[in-house]
Design a protein around this ligand. Structure first.
Ligand code: SF4
Length: 820
């Protein structure tokens, strides 16, 4: 729905009118549920050209443009669209064709009928006809089966029908007009919300603005403190106000960055850019239905009117809540949405999605755009024009691994057999689920079992007599994929008939992902089958996400990827789907390099084979680092095992030092408690953490809350068959395989960990790297410009001197005398 100020007209395509008007009734996510929820309303509108072509031989006009203009008093509404076919005659005929893969002999859906009736009414007006013959055709391309439902409607009947449809959506038009008349101009003229521009910020603002307007993909490496969030969001808001785009998606890897983005959007609002912003929260986090959380089948098993009162008549009740939210606010956080959902007894998850359609800035996780299973079809389905979106991708260094996970899937023989047993309990009766045939699941299990024979690579029998082996192919294993699809349909049909056991629901979810991933399978993927005794695991692995990300990025006019660590820039532009036209920008740190004491201790090897003997040396280096000044420090290790070893040595030598230890599988509460202990009280504390875990990035402990970090090792991910496959893949494609699989991801983690220290202009601190490889060119060439002052120490004594000299310039320094 669009408003045109010059003509005071709200423009509404027929398809959108029907979708919005028919969105009523219950929210119901059960497979096969009827009704017009949005997911089901976006029907396949693929090739029915063939059918149209055949009909055109008899004077049948295809893709006939029709329009209906209505005066509402406040503005005009122009509804338009293209009817699939029109045939003139005494009683003109209008035809609406829908392509389907299912049965063609079912009655037309409500959406199909509504579209046909709209075109019939427009045709009646245009031709001044008293009646129109309405044809609703269903067409199945696979066998060209075709059924047509024909009704004849008088012009009065058609007008009444369409006027009723329109009356259901007119309330939306008022908000569209208000947005165009006041909100967009305010965004176009909005001032930058802060008084002072930091060094480099102006460059970033200008480049973002230009690239958004020109539809580019921009990759920005800009250090902490430059104001990346505001410097990308503000130009996007300006471009939106000026009409270069319609919607901004601010995409994050973590909930904490959502909060920062919302603050920036609020500041822009207060500076005059009166746009609406919503923060989207995942179903898992926002659903208030306790029972749903405890159900092993997953929350969505409860998203229907029988199980959850918030789903009952959701689409009938949601407009009142939306009007309330729209009339009384502009920024919608999780708290605001939860309260509104509570007040109106609605599902908060679906309420936020409905509300998002009225918002200009959507702050959400990467999933909502990039995940092939959960991306927002209301914005990114094939028939929704995407060229008006802008993606701002925060902490973009995370996206490659996240995308690999989104586009990889696995099937387990054990899971399939468990589901089979759950569906076929020994006490099975005639009414048990599989009485109508379990062949698809049986076939899948047999094929999975037969995969064992393929797993001849690395074949061995261990001490317990268990056989192992694997099989790798660059093919999609088409038979298995086809059976997975059939089996998924079979389990969905069982779910439609009644309750299915959680094991079958879990298998259904795995099959769905497997099938969806298989649709994207190409030369950037491989299939990896692994045998462990009886178990066979088949995985579709996305090696190179550049192609799938490129496809997802085509849903936007422009994209800006930004992070403090996008080194080397070509690597990130390449794997994140930047393509040949990608623009790269690197902004230097705005902070005084003299505020960071950066040192590398190169007299210690942290290689796997040296870890036993290096523990004491590492402990001594940590002591040397913290000896210069009391305060809070974090030490990052390549593994929990190494962490434990050094911690033992450190505790034995320095028992009085307060230690805060990251533990395996720490939950949200544990992580919050861990960080809460980093208080600026002048005492010495050392946090022992793992590199690449929860604390080496996205943690903001400014000032005295963190005055130093130590990174043990060079950050390389552990050797694994997955990484080696990645390495081979990139080698074969002419890239530096080892660097792509190990060095670059490792260096990224190190840069992130070091970046925890200096968060503000006034911050001062130390960062120490421990490993003899830091002198090697392959790592040194990846150092950012602001690391040029790095100092090298051979041992802990030299390190202590470097640190001591640094802090000696600081008048408030209190040394940790006990360490000497
Ligand atoms: S409140 Fe929870 S269970 Fe109910 S519809 Fe929403 S997500 Fe589903």
């Amino acid at each position: 729905m669009k408003y045109e100020a010059e003509t005071n007209t709200v423009k509404l395509p027929v398809g959108e009118l029907c979708l919005l008007a028919l969105r009523g009734g219950d929210l119901d996510l059960r497979p096969g549920a009827r009704g017009i929820g949005l997911r089901r309303a976006v029907e396949g509108q693929e090739a029915h050209r063939l059918l149209q072509k055949r009909m055109s031989e008899n004077g049948y006009e295809i893709e006939k443009t029709l329009t209906w203009i209505v005066e509402t008093g406040d503005f005009k509404v122009e509804i338009s669209g293209r009817a699939d076919g029109v045939l003139q005659g005494e009683v003109p005929i209008v035809e609406e064709i829908k392509t389907t893969n299912g049965r063609v002999d079912r009655p037309p859906t409500a959406l199909h009928e509504a579209q046909a009736m709209c075109y019939a009414w427009m045709l009646a007006r245009k031709e001044d006809a008293g009646a129109v013959e309405v044809r609703m055709t269903k067409y199945r391309p696979s066998d060209e089966a075709c059924e047509t439902t024909v009704v004849t409607k008088t012009a009065e009947e058609l007008e009444d029908y369409c006027t009723e449809l329109l009356s259901r959506v007119l309330w939306r038009a008022g908000y569209a007009a208000e947005r165009a008349k006041t909100r967009l101009p305010s965004a176009a003229g909005c001032r930058f919300p802060y008084h002072n521009l930091r060094e480099g910020q102006e460059t970033l603002l200008g480049e973002c603005y230009r690239d958004i307007r020109h539809g580019k993909r921009l990759f920005v490496e800009a250090p902490t403190g430059i104001g990346k969030t505001i410097s990308t969001l503000y130009p996007a808001v300006r471009a939106l106000g000026e009409g270069s785009c319609d919607r901004v998606f601010y995409l994050t890897a973590k909930a904490s960055t959502c909060r920062e983005a919302f603050r920036a959007a609020k500041d822009i609002y207060n500076a005059g850019g009166h746009l609406r912003t919503v923060v989207l929260t995942s179903r898992d986090r926002i659903c208030p239905n306790r029972e749903a959380h405890e159900d092993p089948r997953g929350i969505t098993a409860h998203c229907n009117p029988q199980m959850c009162p918030r789903a009952a008549r959701f689409y009938d009740r949601v407009p009142t809540a939306l009007c309330d939210l729209l009339d009384h606010g502009n920024g919608y956080t999780r708290g605001v949405l939860e309260k509104a959902a509570e007040d109106y007894g609605l599902c908060p998850y679906e309420l936020q999605l409905e509300l998002s359609e009225f918002c200009d800035i959507l702050i959400c996780d990467y999933n909502y755009v990039f995940d092939p299973l959960v991306y927002l079809r209301r914005y990114f389905a094939q028939d929704v024009p995407a060229e008006r979106n802008v993606f701002l991708v925060d902490e973009a260094h995370n996206l490659a691994d996240r995308a690999r996970a989104m586009y990889s899937a696995r099937l387990s023989l054990t899971d399939a057999e468990t589901a089979w047993r759950a569906l076929n309990p020994p006490e099975r009766t005639a009414e048990s689920p599989l009485t109508d045939g379990g062949k698809p699941l049986k076939d899948l299990i047999l094929t999975m079992r037969s995969c064992r024979r393929l797993c001849r690579e690395g074949a061995e029998t261990d001490r317990d007599g268990v056989k192992h082996g694997y099989y790798i192919t660059h093919g999609a294993m088409e038979k298995l994929t086809a059976q997975a699809e059939t089996c998924h349909e079979f389990l969905s049909s069982l779910a439609q008939k009644g309750d299915t056991p959680p094991e079958a629901v879990a298998l259904g979810a795995a099959l769905k992902k497997f099938t969806v991933v298989a649709e994207h399978y190409d030369s950037h993927f491989l299939t990896f089958a692994e045998r462990h005794g009886h178990e066979v695991m088949v995985r579709l692995v996305c090696l190179d996400p550049s192609e799938v990300l490129d496809t997802a990025l085509s849903r936007a006019k422009a994209a800006v990827f930004f992070s403090a660590t996008l080194t080397p820039p070509d690597y990130f532009a390449n794997i994140l789907g930047g393509g040949k036209g990608a623009v790269r920008l690197s902004i230097p740190s705005p902070f005084d390099p003299a505020n960071l004491c950066l040192a590398a201790v190169t007299g210690v090897s942290t290689r796997y084979e040296d870890r036993e003997k290096s523990a004491k040396k590492i402990a001594a280096c940590i002591a040397a680092t913290v000896s210069g000044k009391r305060g809070n420090y974090m030490v990052f290790f390549p593994s929990y095992e190494y962490l434990g070893r050094v911690l033992e040595a450190f505790r034995a030598r320095y028992p009085s030092v307060e230690i805060i230890e990251q533990t395996h599988g720490m939950g949200l509460l544990g992580r919050e408690e861990f960080l809460a202990r980093f208080v600026d009280d002048g005492k010495l504390r050392v946090g022992f953490c793992v590199l690449g875990g929860s604390f080496s990035e996205g943690v903001d402990l400014p000032g005295g809350r963190l005055i130093g970090t130590v990174v043990v090792g060079v950050g390389l991910p552990g050797l694994s068959s997955e990484r080696n496959i990645l390495r081979e893949y990139y080698d074969e494609n002419g890239e530096a395989g080892y660097d792509y699989a190990y060095t670059y991801p490792g260096m990224n983690r190190v840069l992130q960990a070091v970046g925890r220290v200096i968060r503000r202009e006034e911050d001062r601190g130390v960062a120490v790297l421990i490993d003899d490889r830091w002198r090697e060119d392959r790592f040194r060439c990846l150092f950012p410009a602001h690391w040029s002052g790095i100092q090298y120490a051979g041992n802990q004594k030299e390190l202590a001197n470097i640190v001591s000299l640094f802090w000696s310039k600081d008048s408030e320094t209190t040394k940790n005398e006990f360490l000497h």
